[in-house]
Design a protein around this ligand. Structure first.
Ligand SMILES: [Zn+2]
Length: 242
């Protein structure tokens, strides 16, 4: 996977840098050389290692969107938890759920992540995950738009599976695979990536989940379709952003 991301970076004229090296293992990110020129599109995955469809899905999207990467401004974290991906575990090598630690500026992984993100706060944040309880794809939407954006995005993701039909997902109300809280939760035991991005000023974040018990090929394609549709919709609605 690292070798393929290197090929993407080279073809797209992006820099692939080491975010941190912990216990001999490197965590990489990709950015444009002149990334401070405009707020980037933020893309991340591999936070939970037992969600490979999202990590391979982001790579699949990037491999087919070299021209977009070349001409746009993207900040990409292609695998935040490489140990977990290899070991098929949610937790990282330290035994932590990284997605409860993004607010901790003294954390050896999330501290450097915060430094990078704060340099130029993204205009769109996409956080890619999978869920073994899911019965289809679903998304958790955070933004100030008057109209929920995800319904239009999810329509473009339904080639290989459908939206999760459940009315309650992880204790939150869901409709046609869309969870959109009226109030941003700020009293969680640990802060997920999307909420920290929001708190840093990113006006539009989406956390996308595919069902990890479904076919890997279908999950990879669905993740790639989601990234494509979300970026296109965000570009169309950017005039309405606060
Ligand atoms: Zn996850």
């Amino acid at each position: 996977m690292i070798a393929r991301w290197r090929e993407v970076a080279k073809a797209a004229g992006m820099q692939m840098k080491v975010l941190v090296e912990m216990d001999g293992e490197k965590v990489f990110y990709l950015q444009k050389r002149d990334r401070l020129a405009s707020p980037p599109v933020y893309l991340s995955t591999g936070v939970h290692g037992d969600e490979p469809g999202s990590a391979w899905g982001l790579l699949a999207w990037a491999q087919r969107e070299i021209e977009q990467l070349r001409h746009g401004n993207h900040l990409i974290f292609p695998c935040m938890n490489p140990h977990g991906l290899r070991a098929n575990t949610r937790l990282d090598r330290r035994g932590f759920d990284i997605n409860r630690r993004f607010h901790i500026d003294t954390d050896p992984l999330c501290g450097p992540w915060l430094d990078i993100v704060k340099q130029s706060v993204p205009r769109l944040g996409l956080c890619l995950h999978e869920d073994y309880d899911a019965q289809g794809f679903y998304v958790y939407e955070l933004n100030d738009l008057p109209k929920t954006a995800s319904y239009d995005i999810l329509k473009k993701c339904a080639k290989h599976m459908s939206a999760d039909p459940r009315r309650m997902i992880d204790g939150r109300r869901s409709r046609d695979g869309v969870i959109r809280p009226r109030a941003i939760p700020t009293t969680l035991p640990g802060m997920p990536e999307a909420i920290v991005l929001w708190q840093l000023g990113c006006p539009f974040t989406l956390t996308f989940e595919t069902p990890s018990e479904f076919s890997l090929d279908d999950r990879v394609r669905t993740q790639a379709d989601f990234v494509d549709a979300a970026i296109r919709l965000a570009a169309r609605t950017s005039n309405h952003q606060p």
